[in-house]
Design a protein around this ligand. Sequence first.
Ligand code: MN
Ligand code: MN
Length: 421
Amino acid sequence: MTAARKPRKRASKKRSTILAKAVRQPTRKSAPVSKVHAANDKLPPPRQPMRPRRGGTDPGPRNITLDRQNPDLFIPPKTDAGILPNLRFSFADAHMRLERGGWTREITMRELPISTNMAGVDMRLNAGAIREMHWHKEAEWAYMLYGRARITIIDAQGRMFINDLGVGDLWYFPPGLPHSIQGLGPDGCEFLLVFDDGSFSEDNTFLLSDWVKHTPPEVMAKNFGVPAKSFARVPDPDQLYIFAGKVPPPLNRDRVKGAIPTPLAYTHKMMAQKPIKTKSGAVRITDSSNFPVATAIAAALVEVEPGGMRELHWHPNTDEWQYYIEGEARMGVFGSTRNARTFDFRAGDVGYVPFAMGHYVENTGSGPLRFLEMFKSAHYADVSLNQWLALTPPELVEASLNIDGKTVKALRKTKAPVVPV
Ligand code: MN
Ligand code: MN
């Protein structure tokens, strides 16, 4: 494409023509365009949807950037077959709701129809900004992606929990319990929220200001024992939801005197956990066994070195909702009855694996791969294909796959979530 560009000849043109052109195309300057071309020239030529004796070139319109990002969609492995639904959606393709104090975007069943039992939100709160005090019917599980935040929650016994979080920390809010989130200094925070219902929307929560706005002033006055005019200036819910605020004082000064603390913590330091380690990566599992309040959502944080792979496995309890934090990956999913598909992922993408479907996640990038697996369950559970075969009588395995004894001997009796070990 670059070679086809003709050099400009201006010298011979009349002054009036040059001026007219300059007026018509005031923004077209040669420098930025050539920069873009130079960047594209560094990439290998775009691939064509072809395998030996299959496919053909794609001479029509193409979104080459997306083709390059999804090589296993564009030229699927030969082993892909059948009609598995879409199992990937990127936050980059989700609507961004910009508010005074931050932004939010969500991936629900609207965006990813297969994700029936979980939904996710990516939210940014600037320093001091507040996610309005609210509650909802769903359980909320969160992972801190950036910066620092302060959360508050009260339980049904009137006991209070307040804490600060940094990158790699979690919080969990049980269904129905009211809570708040605030960005701290110096630059607020960004976090991932996961809910235990695919149809959940951040736009449908019970907002404090919304209730007050829809309660008669005399009822408000009677309820709180104050004059009715005390609530005359409550902002419209449209002005809140996420709104700018002041960075709060240090945690110990922000605690209300006389508040009885909750017996359990609603936050957890996931990165402080000792991981299950192999040569090719590490896995940290957080569920109700080590984070007792998290009774509806379990999670694993998986790190895979270049060339490594989250081994072939499946989950015997429920669907898996994934969020990719860093790196590049491909995931192959086996959906029974000759159905298999492969998807590519990078930072900011969401993946989904329906209940019991076999899968692997391979690091296809040159740097580390980090992603989260979330489950609507009190407990994390997986079945390793390798371990299953290794612990089954060898004759049975040999006969089933027509493999030799040497191959069966290579199987591993202990589970290794990331391979090679
Ligand atoms: Mn919430
Ligand atoms: Mn999995």
